[in-house]
Every structure is written in structure tokens, then in C-alpha cells.
Design a binder for this molecule. Structure first.
Ligand SMILES: *Cc1c(COP(=O)(O)O)cnc(C)c1O
Length: 374
């Protein structure tokens, strides 16, 4: 028998903080810099170099959309286009709304608590792409970040210790790495796949088009390796299309976690057009960026107190004598937005990441930057 008056006290009152994962208190929403900047070199987007013909082809493809229908839940035409380009079977391709979503899918699916810790763990490097940590913490996974060495390369002995201690389910390694632009050698990746053999090694190749090699052959030689790729850094960030290449068993399990209609029809179809018909356009953008990157690196290396890390991506990573916070703010005041990680302190307090843009954008950055250093 319940007494109406007494029972009320037993019902917990609503308190959001009692319902949220405790890890959310350490996270902040992802917030790119706001405001109007004449030159935005902060997000590693490709410069706007698509031809008029390409834009018209994309518009025509968008115009054919069946607006009243849900998208193809299996994204089969897009997956076939990706598979053709990668030289694999479509059952090795998982698509997502950007590789961001694929990262979340991995972290949701491969999260079985193991060992004495009671939660699954992720091992990655630092500095690296921030979403490995943020998305892992948002799901309650432990994260162990292993500092890159003085040349911004992964340290195998340090990674080995971290893998031994943390017993991770997942190891994330971006190569080329963001924000450092450095690549891990084929030997390093193979050695890491061995060290991490109880885990899935995810090699994030978001910038692979700007590098000279890729890790495709590791997919064949190591069952615990998967690759991430995206259209975002080669001129199609607006579509939000990324994908994983991996073993069919892995793709099959991840597909249970993926929301069925995550990729809009327009994104699927325009991404397919980009891959099947506009590869020449993509190559042209990549060639431009690679040439501009070399020009930027030469010009920056000639400036006093600037050290440039050779880049294999579409941005440059540079050390400055003056604090990055000051240079970042002074550039922004001149209408040039770059990326600084000074809030994270330590050796990042003297580093800037600058996306390679159009010739004019790069000149605007160079002239503002050299003026500041003079
Ligand atoms: C930009 C970036 C991504 C995100 O790619 P999307 O496909 O746009 O989600 C993934 N990994 C790295 C290393 C990146 O720099």
C-alpha cells in the first residue's frame, strides 16, 4: 500500500547532472573560430578551385534527387565507387557522415570492457586529431595519449609501454598526422600493428592524397588494421563523406551500429560523382596544394626564428620564437585566421598550423606573418 504523500520523496527529482555521463564535464562542444576573416586557413579545407563544369555537374546530380525518399541505407553505389578507387571489394567499405562518424561507430562497437579496468581503452598520440579523445571520452572509454617525439614522430617504445599498460581495444594513429603533417613509415606502422595485436589499429589517412604513400598493403598483411579516408580535405568538406576500409567481418559488425540513413542522398550521389567523374579535378587541387605547400615552406623557413616541419598534408606546422598566442591574435586582427593550440601549453605554445590556400590567400598570410616577425 502506498501512501501518496510519502511516495513522492522517493521519486528522484530531475537533475541533469545526475543523468549525464561524468566524462562530459571535461568536454566542450567543438567550436571553430567565429567571425569574418578575409583569409581562413584554420580548418585544413581545400582551396575553392573546382571548375565551373564540375560545379554544374554536381548541381545536375543534386537536381535528380528523389526528395521524398529516404537515402539508400546501404549506400551501395557510393561504396562501389569508393571500392573501385581503393581497389578493394565493396564489403570492405563502411561509409559515414565524415570520418568523424566512423570514429564514433568504431568507439561504440569496439568498446567491450577488458582486463582489470572495467572500461575499454584507446591509445593514440599527442598532439593529434582531437576527435579520437573527445569521442572516446563521450562514450566512457579511457584514453591514453602518447607524446610524439621531438621531430613529431610516433615513438614506438613509448607506444609499446602504453599498449602494455592500457590494454587498448583501439589504437588511433593519423598518418599524415594532424596537426604536425608528419607521416609514420611503413615499418613503423607494421611494427605498431604487431605491438597492438590485441587491438584494432586504425590508421587515419585523412590527408593521404597529399602524401607519397599509403598503408593499403597493411590491410592485407594484418587482420587488426583498418584505414580511414575522407573527401573533406580534397575539396568536398560540405558533403560530409568519410569511410573505413577494413576486413568484411569488421565492416559487418560496425554496420550494426551505424544509423541506417546517416548519409543524405545528396551526399551519397555527389560523392559518387566526385569519385567517379571528378578525379581529375581532385588531382588538380592536390597538385596546386602540393606546389603551394613547397612555396610556403621555403618562404617560412627564410623567416627569422621560424622552424618548419616538412609536411605531407595540406597544411604547414611551424615553430615560432614568439608565443603562438600573440601571433595568432595579430594575424586574426589582420584578417588571417590560422590554427593555434597555445591553450594546450607546453611545446604547443610556440606552434602554428596554417592550411595551404590559394596563391592569394597564402601571399596574404605570408606578408602579414613576415611583417609581424620583422
Ligand atoms: C579532418 C580530419 C578528419 C575528419 O574528417 P571528416 O571526414 O571531415 O569527418 C579525420 N581525421 C583527421 C586526422 C583529420 O584531420
Amino acid at each position: 500500500m502506498s501512501e501518496p504523500g510519502a511516495a513522492v520523496d522517493d521519486v528522484p527529482r530531475f537533475a541533469l547532472s545526475e543523468l549525464l555521463r561524468p566524462e562530459l564535464s571535461e568536454l566542450r562542444p567543438y567550436a571553430p573560430a567565429q567571425g569574418d576573416f578575409a583569409v581562413r586557413l584554420d580548418a585544413n579545407e581545400a582551396p575553392p578551385l573546382l571548375s565551373v563544369e564540375a560545379r554544374e555537374r554536381l548541381a545536375a546530380a543534386a537536381a535528380a534527387t528523389a526528395w521524398e525518399r529516404y537515402p539508400d541505407a546501404t549506400a551501395h553505389r557510393l561504396r562501389e565507387a569508393i571500392a573501385r578507387r581503393a581497389g578493394v571489394e565493396p564489403d570492405r567499405v563502411l561509409v559515414g557522415t565524415g570520418s568523424d562518424e566512423v570514429i564514433c561507430t568504431l568507439l561504440t562497437a569496439l568498446a567491450r570492457p577488458r582486463g582489470r579496468h572495467g572500461s575499454a581503452a584507446v591509445v593514440t598520440t599527442t598532439p593529434t586529431f582531437v576527435m579520437y579523445r573527445a569521442s572516446a571520452r563521450a562514450r566512457g572509454l579511457r584514453v591514453v595519449e602518447v607524446p610524439l617525439d621531438a621531430a613529431w614522430h610516433p615513438s614506438l617504445p613509448a607506444l609499446e609501454r602504453a599498449i602494455e599498460l592500457a590494454a587498448p581495444n583501439l589504437v588511433f594513429l593519423a598518418s599524415p598526422n594532424n596537426p604536425t603533417g608528419t607521416v609514420a613509415s611503413r615499418e613503423t606502422l607494421a611494427a605498431l600493428a604487431e605491438l597492438a595485436r590485441g587491438a584494432l589499429l586504425v590508421v587515419d589517412e585523412a590527408y593521404v592524397d597529399y602524401a607519397s604513400g599509403d598503408a593499403r598493403d597493411l590491410l592485407e598483411s594484418h587482420e587488426n588494421v583498418a584505414l580511414l579516408r575522407t573527401l573533406s580535405k580534397v575539396g568536398f568538406a560540405a558533403l560530409r563523406v568519410g569511410w573505413l576500409l577494413g576486413r568484411p567481418e569488421l565492416v559487418h559488425e560496425l554496420d550494426k551500429v551505424r544509423p541506417p540513413y546517416d548519409l543524405p542522398t545528396v551526399s551519397q550521389e555527389l560523392a559518387r560523382v566526385a569519385l567517379d567523374e571528378l578525379s581529375g579535378e581532385i588531382s588538380r587541387v592536390v597538385a596546386h596544394v602540393v606546389e603551394e605547400r613547397a612555396r610556403l615552406e621555403r618562404a617560412l623557413a627564410a623567416l627569422p626564428g621560424v622552424v618548419v616541419t616538412p609536411s605531407h598534408a595540406n597544411f604547414v606546422w611551424l615553430r615560432t620564437e614568439r608565443p603562438a598566442s600573440e601571433l595568432y591574435a595579430a594575424l586574426a586582427a589582420r584578417g588571417v585566421l590560422v590554427r593555434s593550440f597555445h591553450a594546450r601549453g607546453g611545446r604547443l605554445a610556440h606552434q602554428l598550423r596554417v592550411t595551404v590556400g590559394t596563391r592569394d590567400e597564402d601571399d596574404a598570410f605570408l606578408s602579414a606573418f613576415s611583417e609581424l616577425l620583422r
